[in-house]
Design a protein around this ligand. Structure first.
Ligand code: CU
Length: 206
């Protein structure tokens, strides 16, 4: 009798466990900053979407054209001494469709002075904005960073868990394996242009 009950309940237990199972455990979740808020998603190795859901629906910025005021001034700026400002592991996560891409990098300031990063730009995207991950009422959200000071000998990391460059309105076609250039603008100091690797949708690191 007892055995009969157990046998009868087994399919029920299996059904409940199966429903709560993590989807596609072989792939990692990535967080995606979109104009409508933050999504999380899993993509396979070919960039096909497997599963996605909203994390929070707080837009990172208003839907107005972003005009980079520093842009004109920065183009007149000298290039910063290459050896003393290290920007490496720069990569971009390319997403299918019209989803914005996200850019990441590791910066070390060995210039002997504090630097203020106040903007980035790329010919590959019409809009490039520095964004940071913030918690608002316990929910993950993204917001614009107007500028970041990096002390002498300091470092700055933009990684999937911290900050990203939000890249919108791709100007040409890109595919994983390509490289794009991103120009980093520093207040009153100059600019530095870096080659950044284009990685597929599921990428979590360089
Ligand atoms: Cu963002």
């Amino acid at each position: 009798m007892a055995l009969g009950v157990v046998v009868l309940l087994l399919p029920v237990a299996w059904f409940i466990l199966d429903r709560n199972k993590e989807p596609f455990p072989e792939y990692d979740w990535i967080e995606i900053c979109t104009l409508e808020g933050i999504k999380r998603a899993k993509y396979d190795n070919k960039g096909n979407l497997l599963v996605e859901e909203w994390v929070s629906q707080t837009p990172p910025h208003l839907l107005v054209p972003e005009i980079n005021n520093e842009l004109a001034a920065a183009q007149e700026m000298p290039d910063i001494e290459l050896d003393n400002l290290v920007i490496e592991q720069c990569w971009v996560r390319l997403l299918p469709g019209s989803l914005p891409a996200a850019g990441y990098f590791e910066l070390k300031n060995l210039t002997g002075q504090a630097l203020v990063l106040n903007g980035v730009e790329s010919k590959a995207y019409a809009s490039a904005i520095l964004h940071k991950n913030v918690k608002r009422q316990g929910m993950l959200a993204m917001e614009r960073i107007p500028e970041i000071t990096i002390p002498n000998n300091g470092s700055l990391s933009f990684s999937p868990k911290t900050n990203h460059i939000m890249l919108e309105k791709q100007t040409g076609s890109l595919k994983p394996g390509d490289f794009i250039t991103i120009q980093f603008n520093f207040l009153q100091a100059g600019k530095k242009t870096v080659q950044c690797k284009v990685n597929p949708a599921g990428a979590l690191e360089y």
